[in-house]
Design a protein around this ligand. Sequence first.
Ligand SMILES: C[S@@+](CC[C@H](N)C(=O)[O-])C[C@H]1O[C@@H](n2cnc3c(N)ncnc32)[C@H](O)[C@@H]1O
Length: 287
Amino acid sequence: MTEPIRAPRHPEYRMTDQAPAWRLEQADCLAALTALPAATASLVYIDPPFNTGVRRQGRSGLAFADRFDDIGAWRAFMEPRLRAAHHALAMDGSLLLHVDWRTSHHARFMLDEIFGAECFVNHLVWSYGLGGSGPRSFARKHDDILLYGRSTDYWFEAPRVPARSARLRGCTKKATDVLDIAALNNMAIERTGWPTQKPLALLDLLVRACCRPSGLVVDPTCGSGTTLVAAVRSGRRALGIDISADALSIARGRLEREAMRLTHPTAAKPRVRRQAAAVQPRLAQSA
Ligand SMILES: C[S@@+](CC[C@H](N)C(=O)[O-])C[C@H]1O[C@@H](n2cnc3c(N)ncnc32)[C@H](O)[C@@H]1O
């Protein structure tokens, strides 16, 4: 097992105002989640390897392995980690599991078993637009994000998004379970080089909706740290875990820049201004 990157141990993540805003840990998330005290997290968001069968590599050369022998092996990898996440969640907390067509049906069965079918809340569709298409199927242009409450008494604040109809132009409306948010293109300013990086606009919406203010957001496969930046930006605390030192070094850089932006808004202005523009949700649902 690898050493934690930032020294303090988990008990600091009890719900206290004194806790630091964020922390990173290099570890297999099974060990790190299991070490968390029970009922500590307000939100666990997991964006695990999708079982694509390939090494996911970005243009920068940074990569992680996404290979399992078969779907049984993927399930065997996920199940104890989902159970550990369940254990770490506060009774009013929630889990978001980000998967796609390869595994969403398996994930739903596993989560029904672990959380209880009565705790299922939403099957969100993240519709992102980018990507190719094949001649013998409809083009696959969405991921699946499963939302479960730790209990039926979970915290939730329905997000509002810009209404698109001519009648409601300039107004907002409640978001639906289809989130139309652009994927990061290769030129996006927020792109870090970590493969499979998710857009801040998506995580910003999810964190604000599913984690109470000042609650602890845990991302056990945090990659470049998108969830953690969204959490800190919206006044939540964040614990990021990843097995890859490269991923954590990117996440650390992003979080340090974010802290700089929050404490010295003018110093960080030029980059942040462009970044903020790039992460505005592009939510194109009809009202
Ligand atoms: C889909 S990526 C996450 C991307 C992230 N959401 C982002 O926006 O950058 C999956 C991550 O899982 C990590 N990972 C794979 N196996 C792991 C394990 N056993 N424990 C912790 N992290 C793991 C990989 O290193 C990779 O960063």
